[in-house]
Design a protein. Sequence first.
Length: 575
Amino acid sequence: MSADLSASTPLTRSLAHGATGVPLIEQPIGAFFDTVVARQPEHEALVSVHQRRRYSYRELQREANRLASALLGLGLAPGERIGIWSHNNAEWVLMQLATAKLGLILVNINPAYRTAEVEYALNKVNCKALVSMASFKTSDYLGMLRELAPEWAHAQPGQLASGRLPHLQTVVWIDEAGQGEEQAGMMRFSALMASGNPDAPRLADIAATLKASDPINIQFTSGTTGFPKGATLTHRNILNNGFFIGEAMKLTPADRLCIPVPLYHCFGMVLGNLACFTHGSTIVYPNDGFDALTVLQTVQDEQCTGLHGVPTMFIAELDHPRFAEFDLSTLRTGIMAGSPCPTEVMKRVMTDMHLSQITIAYGMTETSPVSCQSSIDTPLDKRVSTVGLVQPHLEVKIANPDSGDIVATGVSGELCTRGYSVMHGYWGDPARTQEAIDAEGWMHTGDLATMDAEGYVNIVGRIKDMVIRGGENIYPREIEEFLYRHPKVQDVQVVGLPDKRYGEELCAWIVIRPGETLSEDDIRAFCKGQIAHYKVPRYIRFVSGFPMTVTGKIQKFKIRDEMKNQLGLEEAKTA
């Protein structure tokens, strides 16, 4: 799992190549999954705790084949798009496997999307069918669809037609074994499953035509401006990434991985599902949406050996009032990713949660997603301070954002990735694809990073997040890491705000630990003499939480916009 580097020949330039000793998988997902099933048919494959369902590998294969046959019955053909708009459940993973077996392109719809966003996503890629939850908490998914397409009230299932969703012909809603009222024009998931034949001969015929290089998945990337882009990924992209992620964690069939991160995102479906399937491990979903208590309960009850999460999830678990009640001693590994991982939080996770072999992963949707990862034997100091080494069969470089030249080790620049993991492209958007992937095949991440002489990569921020105060370059991540050391600080985010005198000034949003009190003066006193004066935040606010995406990515632009409005600040004029 290490880069092709030698301790005797330290790097001088920030360019590293992943190991190539283990060959890439050149099979489609369905064919590879079937080989795993043949090897261990009775081994437990999936536990969906909140649904009280369990599947062996053979049972999961049979139900996925049944669903694939049913999807063919809807008239869907390889290459066509079908959406999934749902939180975590067994139906989601059945869709992931069934569509892969048919060469259908699964379109992951963010459960946080509202009417205009789902309309955009479905039309952008011409979705012909959609599988959706009926509702979740305050989200009425079927109600939103009816708002877009009132014509469906008088339509027959499978024959939908509407002005605003012209391509969508079939909507299937996820029911619990026939429960709930009928939905005009829509089909129950249980009825769809009942229509399938797991032994249908057409399944094998289609499987024989599929290639590893075929597009299989579209994920919408959440930009801070403009419409989301549909990153299009192939079997080869995500199957190999899932495999090498599992290798870094040293997964085996004995492992049981608790997956509270959302499946619609790469974290759940690749770092979770595919990492397990490629190693014959058991997938455990603690709930449909994240809840710290059910994660703790599930890890104990299901004797999970692995746990995934973004930093905010681990913080919520560690700080839960009932944390000490649970036996988490079966845990050993997992992945923390999604946002920069605070060093202090990482240390608590390794000791208090028994995750001594937890790994850090770095990536982006457009690279399937992981480019760098630590492994279970990465030295502790590197594991808590870096995102590890380049993954096998990939290259990473740190380049000067202006000139494109590879920088010396230890110098910050833009992280770029090249290799099998780079996406097929943005769906229907060759111009934006060319902006992201250069002529030499490098994916430009927009992240600022450094690489040391051993090849370890450290993410120091986003190019757009860097703050320039009076000519001094300041990386918010550095200030955040410092403030995390304060014993009363639970979480912190730092952004730059416009300033007439210095160009920009720092602002810190701080979440205080439960039961503690802090003042702005306390924070400034903590900083005094410890960090340079220009790195001490001018603005300090105490908040209960941060604006973030459903995957746990902090939306710093929203913090910035809110503070500008509060303080009446305007962007500095530039020539």
